[in-house]
Design a protein around this ligand. Structure first.
Ligand SMILES: Cc1ncc(C[n+]2csc(CCOP(=O)(O)OP(=O)(O)O)c2C)c(N)n1
Length: 281
């Protein structure tokens, strides 16, 4: 990927931490595990126009795991859907940037999500709709592994394969954890790729923090009119040393020192990448 995308992802990670610092509530762990995926989508993949966010022929991104909203807010700001200053509103009274995304309040948000298990159905419907209207739009949807036990996902999976929705790309953010502990202990859905394949989907597995792998996987050649499921292995709380890879990152109640350290690390990473970009230019 370009140096620009790496810088965008680093800035988005820092922005999420700053939002969280100003209003330490919300689902930090899941936002951080999805953040590289969401950043690559907005920076390198989605054909969207921030000046005309509802263009009928646009690609769509639906954050099925709506609790990861902070990642989407940072990526939308980076992509120019609204000024970065709006991120300061996160978590305030009557904010447009609530704990879950709201399509009626924020440009670029395509669906109100947060009740898990609905995004894939919405995405499949939109994918069929755009196809029937003759648009080339692609529909990307991000799910969490802890979300997959919702039965509605599998109705949507069958529907998408039946209708040959090869414009539908589901990315599963598999950090192996959910609210209360390891997904494998709460309700295991492994092997996830085999389940999607059994429903008639094309599948691929990637490292969900490797920006190049993310871009290549979501843009990969489609065979036989099948929808694509990208199984992305990730780390919950990525970039926050104090809680990286723990269920405690889910709804972290930070002590100031640990959060300040994470912000310092994120700032350093941004400065390093910006410096490297200047050298390349
Ligand atoms: C229908 C529904 N049930 C329960 C919840 C509460 N909830 C919020 S996040 C979450 C865990 C989801 O796990 P996962 O999708 O793996 O997210 P991650 O661990 O990546 O944050 C749950 C159960 C919800 N939002 N919606």
């Amino acid at each position: 990927v370009t140096a620009r995308t790496a810088l965008v992802a680093a800035r988005a990670r820092r922005d999420v931490l700053r939002m969280f610092e100003a209003h330490p509530a919300g689902h930090l762990g899941g936002a951080m595990s999805a953040l590289d995926i969401v950043s690559v989508l907005y920076s390198d993949v989605l054909r969207v126009d921030p000046e005309d966010p509802r263009r009928p022929d646009r690609d769509r991104f639906i954050l099925s795991a709506g609790h990861k909203a902070m990642a989407q807010y940072a990526a939308l700001a980076e992509a120019g859907f609204f000024p970065a200053g709006l991120l300061d509103e996160y978590g305030t009274h009557r904010t447009r940037l609530g704990g879950h995304p709201d399509m009626h309040k924020l440009p670029g948000v395509e669906a109100n999500t947060g009740a898990l298990g609905h995004g894939l159905s919405i995405a499949a419907g939109v994918a069929l709709g755009t196809m029937l209207e003759g648009f080339e739009s692609r529909v990307f949807v991000l799910l969490g592994d802890g979300e997959l036990p919702e039965g509605s996902n599998w109705e949507a999976a069958a529907f998408a394969a039946h209708h040959h929705l090869d414009n539908l790309i589901a990315i599963v953010d598999v950090n192996g954890l959910q609210i209360s502990g390891p997904t494998a202990e709460v309700l295991s859905m492994e092997p996830i790729a085999d389940k999607f394949a059994a429903f008639g989907w094309q599948t691929t597995a990637i490292d969900g923090h490797d920006l190049g792998e993310i871009r290549d996987a979501v843009s990969s050649e489609r065979v036989g009119g099948r929808p694509l499921a990208v199984i992305a292995r990730t780390i919950k709380g990525k970039g926050v040393s104090a809680v990286e890879g723990t269920a405690a990152s889910h709804y972290w109640k930070p002590d100031h020192g640990a959060l300040a350290a994470a912000i310092r690390e994120a700032d350093e990473r941004v400065a390093e990448l910006a410096h490297r970009g200047e050298l390349v230019r």
